[in-house]
Design a protein around this ligand. Sequence first.
Ligand code: GCU
Length: 657
Amino acid sequence: MPPPVPPDGIDPAWLPPAAFRPLGSRRTLIRGRGGPLVETVYGEVAEACARFGGSVGWGGGAACDLVLDVAGEAGDDESFTLVRDADGPTTVTASGGRGLLHGLFHLLRLGEGAFRGRWEPEVHRPALPLRMLDHWDNVDVHPVMGQVERGYAGGSIFWVDGRARHEPQRVRAYARLLAACGINAVAVNNVNVHETEARLLTDRIGEVAALAAQFRAYGIRTHLSVTFAAPIVLGGLATADPLDAEVREWWGEATRRVYDVIPDFGGYVVKADSEGQPGPFAYGRSHADGANMLAAALAPHGGTVHWRAFVYDHRQDWRDRSTDRARAAYDHFAPLDGEFAANAVLQVKHGPMDFQVREPVSPVIGALPRTRLAVELQVTQEYTGQQRHVCWLGQMWSEVLRFRLDGETPVGQLADGLVGVSNVGDDPYWTGHPLAQANLYTFGRLAWDPGADPRRVLDEWIALTHPGAPDALVSGLHAVLDGSWRSYEKYTAPLGVGFMVQPGHHYGPSVDGYEYSPWGTYHFADRDGVGVDRTAATGTGYAAQYAKVWADVYESAASCPDELVLFFHHLPYGHLLRGGSTVIQHIYDTHFDGVAEVTAARDTWASLRDLVEPSRHARVAELYEEQLRSAREWRDQVNSYFFRKSGVPDAHGRRIH
Ligand code: GCU
């Protein structure tokens, strides 16, 4: 049974003390030159040994069970090699501290297995060099969005009431958790940069430096979201034109000052010309001009600009059926391929809309072969139950990362990086819903290895979080998490059509909530049918943004996968899906099934009562009641809505209101 949250309010999550037993009960030697990260590794092993009776020393010679061999400290190399002869010792070799740290956490995952039998030399290196979490944290409490935009885990762990929290211990514990799942970069403030937050770049950079010091100890670089208008709002210049010499000089100087205090600063994250944020369009410049200006300021220091591709018209006229928000990112960015600087990374949401429970993979990801690219996922559950519902997203992310836009290369190989919007806050469990920790862990591990089997990652999380758990707990946890994404999909918006959420806060159903809004997120249901015609033949032409292998599949309702069919097609209720039912019957069936699945998960959780620490069990049990209430509400609103529109009764005569 995992321990209750300790009195300092910091849940050990996937690093409970017991996970260190195999390591801490053995004799470890660290060989090689030390540096800050090697010191961190030493500290980890020493603490484990103090708890479990093992020993740790520097140098060579003495008999031992584990050798941690490091060539030097410096460098970006994150790889390590694991090897073991049948009679030991186990050896982890790395060229630098980063690799050694990852090697240490790998040993934790292996547990006792790391010290048994023979291990052929195994080289581990991350598939993606950029593995980043973006916090949408505000320093001030925003009047509408609160402290953490789309945050469902309390306040920010960095900021409170307009100032830094100064809780280095909590930040250090967080950095440790992130490093243990493979994350190596963090952006500490919201992409929507308001007035107070803009100043983090200049006079408040010391607060960022204090955070960076904690992250650095675990090999994590700190990044900052900046406003494109900074030269105006902070520098007093008349313009933020990216081609203006004074503007460029201002950014150069501001950036130099950042590096004075944070020598390993990662770089900037920019949301420009998006949902009201300023950008290069105001000056008749392209997004490549904007990104390259910041890239030029960062280049001398080795920094990177993450430029977001989430650019669309958020003041659309709902009467206009030719404008399609899904097309926007591709239309804006595909023509710019080859124009971005080498240290600019285009950060693209995984789907063309906005983190819905089901979207096709964004065609932008395959459209810029000469541009560095990061895929952005939403770990925070804005549209997937807001950390009141269990919705483990590993399966969805894995499908995205394995998808072959050109029919050959998986997304995980096209991308240079994976970015997740953080789901963490000052909640004692970090993530509000204790089981939402699994999403954060899975995100990090899939960024390290996008080809990994997500279910194995889930089991890894279960094993680490609950060391020595009885089989019933392991299988119970697996049962309630695996499949929870599909359950969520079943009781919410059907067949890839998306949204149908309450406007503004996005929790709970409102089928027409966005139907007559300016946001470009419509389903077009009428008495005859539902869905968005995005075909090239008769619709918005979005389907033609894909390479032919997929353009052809999506263009025809007969070949389009059911789960996306209303994203690409407007179909009559009687249309027969590939799976054999009609659109309307599918809607009814999945909504009844979804609620049944949540009920079953709730009951499974209840059966684990004696196996889970009581306060943790109670929190999840309570959240399940809310999830079930909400799932029923979704079912009844969606089913009633479509029954009233279509007049078609449920083939099984179930209750529709
Ligand atoms: C979503 C979300 C916003 C966020 C935006 C973004 O639209 O609702 O709160 O700012 O994504 O990714 O920039």
